[in-house]
Design a protein around this ligand. Structure first.
Ligand code: NMX
Ligand code: MLT
Length: 471
């Protein structure tokens, strides 16, 4: 809680600076202002009261406005199309795709600071944007990078907890175990035990969230090196940014792989609130479970094959195509392979979506990355062929609402090209990134005082009786 003391010291200094209105004190004031400008907590402290007021006004003025009606289909259909959550950090349009605080992916690529001009956005910049709704300067991003570095140390018991699992345990199981082991350091649960006032919940939630985000790359890299590289650990490089250092700890030091990791972590971070991982994190945290508990729950949802595990499934599927038909497979052969998959009662991984109705812009930006850096890679060319072949087949099925590729259709071939070939590990990378979105919203959940989530459920008997009455 050291930083709260420093924030209040800052505001005292600020008041003093205002009182002593001399030339030298105004120079000092500028310095103080500049240093607090780099501190994301000061921005949040300023934003929270105005956003609390905004929510209060929405409740009092529009509380009874209807947002649509609920049909039986919606109840039986996984709540598709049912608006039921407040999620501030991003919003998904079915046709246009995701906007992070109002900015599309191409816009983020333009305005968020990068390591070099025209480079991929730094994930720390996206974290700043999600938390504050403002595009940060390079100095602000650098300050956040160094704050994350200062929190990245991993207690030894976390490695021991992971080591207690067989090396054959799925990487996502090892990852969730690591997150649960980190939970013992939760500031939120300590503060709750000590009777913290509810108006202050966001503060230790912020502490936990930043520490968790900071620590995840080292835990994830440890698991990768443990399983696939004989446990030879690569220490952090403190001169690198979050994404670059993550690639480095995994064992990849080419500047292209570092750029890919920055793009990867940025685009997988957030996809509004209803996806399985985000919704799970938000639900669990609504019981005032701390960010570690909430995020571990979210990871367990991400580990499902219809959600985050699809990136693993895509590369394994693509490799099975190559094994059976070779890299230079014709479109006709590919069609047959897709039908064979469908006829055996499986989904085509990487295609379709619960909300999107067009090609995922996260797919498109990865495609652009591939066209720039690996246009001749045979697996990339296979992914491009799938883009032509799969949508007409899924459309022909007649029941698939979105035949277009999603984010997972592309990520594996990029990682594979740079040497990260172990598909079973891919969902862990998704998980590291998803923490940025989920934790940013958890901080706002607590700052806005959002309540325990508890929707109503009904039985089939209830539905039959209710529907008989209404016809
Ligand atoms: N291959 C085969 N069948 C599909 C596919 C697909 N790619 N996508 C949807 N369908 C089927 C779906 O299984 C359902 O069949 P049934 O009625 O027999 O149960 C029917 O089409 C209608 O489903 P939709 O309403 O179009 O899709 P829904 O919203 O229920 O599910 C997904 C969305 C993403 C779960 C689904 O499209 C899918 O299983 N895709 C493949 C897995 C995948 O790529 N998941 C990753 C999603 C992104 N992420 O990272 O989370
Ligand atoms: C995600 O990124 O969470 C997936 O695209 C799934 C979703 O949005 O439902």
């Amino acid at each position: 809680m050291v930083f709260y003391r420093s924030v209040s010291l800052l505001s005292k200094l600020r008041n003093r600076a205002v009182q002593q209105h001399s030339v030298s004190s105004s120079v000092r004031w500028l310095q103080i202002q500049a240093s607090s400008d780099l501190d994301i907590r000061s921005h949040l402290k300023e934003l929270i009261p105005e956003q609390q007021e905004r929510l209060k006004k929405i409740k009092s003025e529009y509380g009874k406005v209807q947002l649509g009606s609920i049909t039986v289909d919606m109840v039986l259909g996984g709540m598709r199309g049912m608006t039921g959550l407040l999620w501030e950090t991003s919003l998904l349009d079915p046709d246009e795709g995701i906007r992070f605080r109002g900015l599309s992916i191409p816009e983020c690529q333009k305005v968020l600071p990068a390591v070099k001009p025209g480079g991929e956005p730094l994930p720390e910049g996206l974290l700043w944007l999600l938390l504050t709704g403002k595009v940060p300067s390079k100095e602000q991003v650098d300050a956040l990078s160094s704050e994350l570095r200062s929190r990245a140390n991993i207690p030894d018991h976390v490695y021991k907890a992971i080591d207690a699992l067989p090396i054959t345990a799925h990487p996502m199981t090892q990852f969730t175990t690591g997150v649960m082991a980190l939970q013992v350091q939760s500031e939120f649960s300590k503060a709750y035990e000590n009777g913290i006032h509810k108006s202050k919940y966001w503060e230790p939630t912020f502490e936990d969230s930043l520490s968790l985000i900071a620590q995840l790359p080292a835990v994830a890299a440890y698991i990768y090196r443990r399983i696939y590289k004989n446990g030879e650990i690569v220490p952090a490089n403190d001169s690198l940014d979050y994404g670059g250092n993550f690639a480095h700890m995994l064992g990849f030091d080419s500047s292209e792989m570092q750029e890919l990791m920055r793009l990867y972590v940025t685009i997988h971070s957030d996809h509004e609130g209803g996806n399985v991982s985000a919704h799970t994190g938000h639900l669990v945290s609504s019981a005032l479970s701390d960010p570690y508990l909430s995020f571990a729950a979210a990871l367990n949802g991400l580990a499902g094959p219809l959600h985050g595990l699809a990136n693993q499934e895509v590369l394994l599927w693509i490799k099975s195509v190559v094994n059976e038909c070779g890299e230079n497979i014709s479109k006709d052969q590919l069609k047959d392979y897709v039908w064979k998959t469908l006829n055996s009662g499986k989904v085509v991984p990487g295609f379709g979506h619960g909300v999107l109705r067009k090609t995922d812009p996260r797919y498109m930006c990865q495609r652009e990355f591939a066209l720039k850096h690996l246009p001749d890679d045979p697996l990339f060319q296979l992914v491009s062929k799938l883009y032509d072949v799969v949508p007409p087949i899924l459309t022909e099925l007649g029941k698939v609402k979105n035949p277009w590729p999603n984010v997972d259709a592309h990520s594996g071939v990029l990682l594979n090209y740079y040497g990260l070939t172990e598909a079973r590990y891919y969902t862990v990378l998704f998980g590291v990134s998803r923490a940025i979105g989920i934790c940013s919203q958890l901080i706002w959940d607590r700052a806005l005082g959002l309540p325990l989530e508890r929707p109503k459920s009904v039985t089939m008997e209830w539905l039959e009786k209710h529907c008989n009455k209404s016809v």
